[in-house]
Design a protein around this ligand. Structure first.
Ligand code: CAO
Length: 451
């Protein structure tokens, strides 16, 4: 049977892309998820995988072509490897209209946030209604750039930005696909000027560059340029550090029973394509905790004097990559079971490390988990991923003697460190939140009872 592989849905407001490279040839045998082409859109460069296994009978595109969602990329003869072909959920080629041998095969993509991010509205006083997304946008833009994505703006608009001294990568375009217009550049320039006048732009602006001493006086050294991701991360963290009054609360959870269960069920989750780890378990537990303690699933809008409580639960996972720290987001984590979460966390971490992560997969987080336990450590003080208000740091679990019933028992204890924004969250609330997380790890039934 011939299966047509079509360009799946890419991301919000992006429905075309340019073929950069064709990665297979007619006659090649391909597996499910094997990359067929490299595609460049306004937001990123990424590889489009095959949704069927078989022999490529025809390549329908070539480098330089502009293609749109639904266009046929290749035709694959699946008979040669019958039984291996994985049908996309909504594509049952032989059962659908005969004129089209197959339906578009959407790339499985994480569910979108309930509503698209609003276009920034610059008010008279220069406050933007989504100031909170600025820092995140910087990281997203940096990653997109490193993955080769151009900034969507015409030469005239770029020139205007240069003349105004505006870094065009920081401007959010209101046009289709995030296209940046002259108005967007003017609005951004105005917001920076007025925010700076109010002294409120610290979070988005880079810190003052203090001159370094002359290191040559002390010995040899060499200079290397900071990567885009590193320099934007540095700015974001410095912005969060200077905006958010941080406190870190430490706790320990007894995970002796949970660890035994994790080992017992890990093969089952592996069969589904994921790894049942402390990170994915914590995503599920924290999703319930965020529903139970809504102030932790919120942002502070200090310009308006408001608290933004989100009705959805999206959780970011800090992933250590060659390019630096990336934070892909698991959407609607409260609606997913542990197997689905394990598969998603595994896939997102793999994508982040192999440069296949899409910009919109790193947006929209409400809370972050940073697990350093695979490496080591007894505690640390993670920095809140602004505009979120809390982040959970996880250190290495270890066996400890725990006093119980008049004696000491060896128990596996997991150190947890919750940093939070003290403008919104009081110490007692943080202690209750983290205690609930510990109790849910110790007695997972709590998730069903109260989560
Ligand atoms: N305590 C003890 N062991 C732990 C652990 C913990 N808290 N967390 C993970 N481990 C173990 C795992 O069980 C696994 O062991 P096995 O291979 O024997 O099963 C091993 O460590 C490696 O785990 P992993 O990395 O495969 O999976 P993970 O879910 O633990 O981590 C991820 C996934 C993406 C969070 C991790 O790979 C990563 O990138 N961590 C770094 C995050 C980071 O840099 N944070 C700092 C940001 S600054 O705030």
């Amino acid at each position: 049977m011939i299966v047509e592989i079509r360009l799946p849905e890419i991301s919000e407001n992006v429905d075309t892309g340019d073929v950069v490279k064709v990665l297979v040839s007619a006659g090649d045998t391909v597996a499910v998820d094997q990359s067929l082409i490299e595609l460049e859109t306004e937001k990123a460069v990424f590889e489009v995988p095959s949704t069927a296994a078989g022999v490529v009978s025809e390549i329908a595109v070539e480098a330089g072509d502009t293609i749109k969602v639904g266009d046929v990329i290749a035709r694959i003869e699946t008979a040669a490897v019958a039984g291996e072909a994985k049908k996309p959920a909504d594509a049952a080629p032989e059962e659908k209209a005969p004129a089209s041998k197959s339906q578009p095969a959407p790339r499985p993509s994480p569910p979108r946030p309930p509503a698209p991010a609003p276009t920034p509205v610059v008010e008279e006083d220069g406050a933007s209604d989504d100031e909170g997304s600025e820092v995140l946008r910087d990281v997203v833009v940096a990653v997109a750039e490193e993955q080769g994505a151009p900034v969507p703006a015409s030469p005239t608009v770029r020139r205007l930005a240069r003349e105004l001294g505006v870094d065009i990568r920081r401007v959010k375009g209101a046009g289709p696909g995030g296209r940046i217009s002259s108005d967007d550049v003017h609005a951004y320039a105005k917001s920076i000027i007025t925010a700076a006048a109010r002294g409120g732009a610290q979070a988005a602006a880079p810190g003052p560059a203090r001159p370094l001493p002359d290191f040559a006086r002390f010995g040899e050294f060499e200079r290397t340029p900071m990567s885009k991701v590193r320099s934007i991360t540095a700015q974001s963290l410095a912005g969060a550090w200077s905006t958010v009054p941080h406190v870190t609360h430490h706790e320990e959870a007894d995970i002796t029973t949970l660890e035994a269960a994790r080992k017992r069920f890990s093969a089952r989750v592996e069969e589904a394509g994921g790894k049942l780890t402390m990170t994915s378990i914590l995503v599920r537990v924290c999703a319930s905790a965020l529903r139970r303690f809504p102030d932790f699933n919120a942002s502070v809008d200090s310009a308006r004097g408001e608290i933004v409580h989100k009705k959805y639960v999206n959780i970011g996972i800090a992933v250590d990559t060659e390019r630096g720290l990336l934070v892909p987001v698991v959407r609607d984590a409260d609606h997913k079971n542990m197997t689905a979460l394990s598969v998603e966390v595994t896939q997102l971490a793999d994508k982040a490390r192999s440069k296949r992560i899409m910009p919109d997969e790193m947006e929209g987080g409400n809370f972050t988990i940073s697990n350093l336990g695979g490496i080591g450590g007894v505690a640390f003080t993670p920095i809140v991923n602004w505009p979120e208000v809390a982040i959970l740091g996880v250190s290495r679990a270890s066996m400890k003697p725990v006093h119980s019933d008049g004696g000491f028992e060896p128990r596996l204890m997991l150190p947890l460190s919750l940093s939070y924004d003290h403008r919104l969250i009081d110490g007692a609330a943080a202690a209750r939140f983290l205690r609930w997380v510990c109790e849910a790890l110790e007695n997972p039934i709590l998730i069903s009872l109260e989560g």
